[in-house]
Design a protein around this ligand. Structure first.
Ligand code: RAM
Length: 547
């Protein structure tokens, strides 16, 4: 079932003070001018068969009715495109009628949008029909696009002239400081490439807020944001952008104070009428992680009560006798896998969030609250064992299912003693009924392997999974990817998938925050191959000091 929530007469509770602070923290956007690095023509409009065109020839190539010209900008980018158009032949006696299609990948470029029958709006497909009345002229497109390729199809001209694309450029936009980008130089070419692509993914999602995807949905979702913030701490370190987003979530909420799963920022800030229990709980986690990085007293004072409220509401609405109820499973996202029972995940994520909430409470000096959090963790942990642990199968079972996700989240929540968690994670691949379909879930899978100490397996999976996207052509990481079923889309058609997606950007975080046994060949810095006490994975850091 698609994730669509419509609440009639939804009026978010807006807090002017928090929203003003969020506004003050708006980022500076950085720009660069980028031009195509190559071009080609698709032999047929929707085929992938192409004929390369030498770059120097493009300003002289005249395209007639039905023909196309594809520009390759060399890598994925986000920005505003301007085309300088001209003609060859007689004076144009009719407007040029063009179709412009922007695509993040080659497959997307050659897909016919009319074939799309999915449940998500087709308006996300980045294509325009444009009439150009005067030639030569400059066509400055008003919309921002996320793309690497641009296909220009000449829908109609007249027998008297053909179109020429004299020049094309993109004014790129990001709030990431790209001067901070440096190669990993790990000595492992695939790992270096994964690192680079993951930071490109993050940079292109860093706009006025941390967007989930610059093609779609272009907005701030809590689940994506938490992972972006973690990767940002290891790379661009734009702390104000994280703070801005924390204030935005707190500044526009459900009328009862719950954090919305996502926030619109244009034309004004507005909480979406979608609530996801796990996402609301990740707000608590993200706030605590931000405070670990910055020690920001203002944020602690302004946002502490908002975070604690998420825990209180979770108990009030979703917990009965220390076990999450059926509604909790319905309101929990975890992964794009609708047939999967998410109740064990919901129970585990609540325990996990309590760990962070307890740290928050201590940080605030709210010790009675911290004690309560500690007791509740223990009660929920015991109930999780009684309710979800199957002693015969030796795994967590939810609604008769042993999914990878249930095991991963129970491990991350420290529900099992360390030795048992290790044994469970060694067998986790046996639970194949409910495959992970997003990099988002794969991130938590890797974190669970790291948590039980299976570091080689964790890095092996990172390389295999994110590496398979690179082998399939990714120059930024994709929203959904199941290497065994590459055609899959959660939306009923890949053309609306996002191919630069925030929640996929975490390899750089994992690589940088995972200490290795041996010093790196370069022996510099921290991170993979460069062990150092500061570079413990954050999951581990929290667990050890939270106990
Ligand atoms: C989609 C987006 C977003 C995700 C939500 C749950 O609309 O891909 O990234 O957080 O779903």
């Amino acid at each position: 079932m698609p994730l669509i929530s419509i609440i009639r007469d939804f009026h978010p509770m807006n807090d002017a003070k928090l929203l003003t602070r969020a506004e003050e923290l708006s980022p500076t956007l950085h720009h660069e001018i980028k031009e195509p690095v190559g071009g080609f023509q698709l032999k047929e409009r929707y085929s992938q068969e192409k004929e390369e065109i030498v770059l120097q020839k493009i300003p002289h190539l005249a395209i007639g009715k039905g023909q196309n010209l594809c520009l390759d900008f060399g890598r994925h980018m986000v920005g505003y495109v301007t085309l300088e158009l001209s003609y060859s032949g007689s004076h144009p006696d009719a407007p040029a009628f063009l179709k412009l299609k922007f695509a993040e990948t080659l497959e997307e470029l050659s897909e016919n949008s009319d074939d799309y029958q999915g449940w998500l709006s087709r308006s996300w497909i980045q294509e325009e029909y444009v009439h150009v009345d005067v030639l030569p002229s400059k066509l400055a497109l008003p919309r921002r696009y996320a793309f690497r390729y641009l296909k220009i199809t000449m829908m109609d001209t007249s027998p008297k002239y053909r179109l020429i694309i004299r020049h094309a450029e993109c004014l790129t936009e990001t709030s990431a400081d790209l001067t901070r980008l440096a190669p990993l130089n790990s000595g492992d070419a695939m790992l270096d490439r994964i690192y680079d692509v993951s930071l490109r993914t993050l940079a292109n999602c860093m706009q006025d807020v941390f967007e989930d995807g610059p093609k779609r949905d272009q907005r701030l979702w809590v689940g994506d944001f938490r992972l972006q913030a973690l990767t940002n701490y290891q790379s661009f370190r734009n702390m104000d952008l994280v703070k801005r987003c924390l204030y935005l979530f707190a500044g526009s909420r459900f009328p009862d104070g719950r954090i919305s799963a996502c926030i619109f920022t244009r034309p004004t800030v507005d909480a979406d009428d979608t609530f996801l229990l796990d996402y609301a709980l990740f707000y608590v986690v993200a706030l605590e992680e931000y405070l670990q990085e910055t020690g920001d007293e203002e944020a602690l004072n302004d946002l502490y009560h908002v975070a604690i409220h998420q825990i209180e509401m979770a108990f009030r609405m979703y917990v009965e006798n220390d076990v999450v109820n059926a509604q909790a499973a319905k309101d929990t996202f975890v992964d794009w896998n609708d047939s999967m029972d998410k109740s064990a995940c919901a129970q585990a994520i609540l325990i996990y969030a309590l760990r962070y909430a307890q740290r928050l409470a201590r940080r605030k000096g709210d010790f009675s609250q911290a004690n309560w959090m500690g007791q509740r963790q223990e009660q929920l942990r015991k109930a999780a064992m009684e309710h979800f642990w199957d002693a015969e199968k030796c795994c967590f079972v939810a609604g008769g299912q042993c999914s990878i996700a249930s095991q991963v989240w129970m491990v991350l929540a420290d529900v099992l003693p360390p030795e048992d968690a290790l044994n469970l994670m060694r067998r986790v691949d046996d639970f194949r009924d409910y495959p992970m379909v997003t990099p988002y879930m794969n991130h938590y899978y890797v974190m669970a392997l790291l948590r039980v100490g299976l570091k080689d397996e964790a890095l092996g999976h990172l390389k295999a999974y994110w590496g398979s996207m690179i082998e399939a052509g990714a120059d930024t990481f994709w929203e959904a990817w199941n290497p065994e079923q590459p055609e899959d889309s959660p939306y009923g058609g890949r053309v609306v998938n996002s191919y630069c997606h925030a929640w996929s950007c975490t390899p750089a975080y994992i690589i940088k925050s995972t200490p290795s046994r041996a010093p790196s060949p370069q022996g510099e810095g921290k991170g993979l191959g460069t062990a150092g006490p500061k570079s413990l994975p954050l999951e581990g850091k929290v667990a050890r000091s939270a106990g």
